[in-house]
Each structure stands twice: as C-alpha cells, then as structure tokens.
Design a protein around this ligand. Structure first.
Ligand SMILES: [Cu+2]
Length: 158
C-alpha cells in the first residue's frame, strides 16, 4: 500500500501528539498525587440527619488513636464549620450530603472530593504544616454557594 509522504508526516504528528498529551495527563496525575475514585459506600440521604454517624458530625478519636472527621455538606454550610486536628497524623475525612451535590476542597492541599447525596466520600490525609486551611465548596449547589466555606485548623503536636 502506498501512503503519500505528507499523509505519513501527519500520521506521525498525530501519533506524537497522542503520546505527548497522554504523557502529560499521567505526569500531572503522578506529580499531584491524583487518585481515581475508588471508595463506594452508600447512605440514605433522607435519614442521615436522624440516624447513624452523620447525626452529630465532628472529630472522633478512636481508642487506638485513629482520627476520623465525620462531616455533612449541606445547603450552604459544612458541619462542623471549624475542624481542629493535629499535624503529622493521618486523618480520615468521611463526608456526605443530605440535599444536593457539593464539593469539599481543602485549599492548598490535594484534598478535593465530590460530595454526592446517597454516597459517603472518604479521604485520608496527613497535614504536615500547622495552620488554618480554607475549605470551599467547588460544585455549584445553589444561590448561596459562594458563601459555603469552612476551616480546618491544624494544630502543632505538643
Ligand atoms: Cu456549593
């Protein structure tokens, strides 16, 4: 089969771009520690404010020292609004929504979850740098979406 010279050049150029762009996606995912979604756990959004772990959200420390932050993202607030956790220890965030789709992004970190009603979003992270971190909702959820924010205060270990 005879392929024209310029057609061959364009085929190689297209193949090169495919390799380049796929490589860019893989490289940025590795550099930014981006993980594909892997945690599927369901919860009834209609009863989660009445029964279960999401009734009283907050920071829980298990007898073995593991820290879990249970949160609700709902019309236009994160509960609890302010979370205090220690630096240098793994912290597991478990968060869900009783109403619509919300986002949970801790600015300046790689924590960025989609919070969908009916599902529990979970991430475990360790804060090495003490300080105050802004939490924002990054999924448009309604008229006061821009007011929906919270704070994670990371305290230095004593
Ligand atoms: Cu929002």
């Amino acid at each position: 089969m005879q392929v024209e010279r310029y057609e061959r050049y364009w085929m190689w150029a297209a193949t090169g771009m495919l390799v380049l762009f796929t490589g860019a996606i893989v490289a940025t995912a590795l550099a930014g520690s981006v993980h594909p979604p892997s945690h599927v756990e369901t919860v009834d959004p209609e009863t989660l404010t009445v029964t279960g772990e999401f009734v009283s959200p907050g920071v829980m420390t298990a007898p073995d020292g593991r820290i879990t932050v249970v949160m609700r993202a709902e019309f236009y607030v994160f509960r609890p609004t302010v979370v205090r956790i220690p630096a240098g220890r793994p912290v597991r965030f478990r968060i869900t929504s009783p109403d619509v789709l919300h986002g949970f992004q801790i600015v300046g970190t790689n924590v960025n979850l989609t919070v969908a009603p009916g599902y529990v979003s979970e991430v475990t992270t360790t804060f090495d740098t003490p300080g105050e971190y802004l939490v924002v909702c990054n999924e448009y959820c309604g008229l006061a979406h821009h007011l929906m924010q919270g704070t994670v205060i990371v305290e230095a270990a004593p």
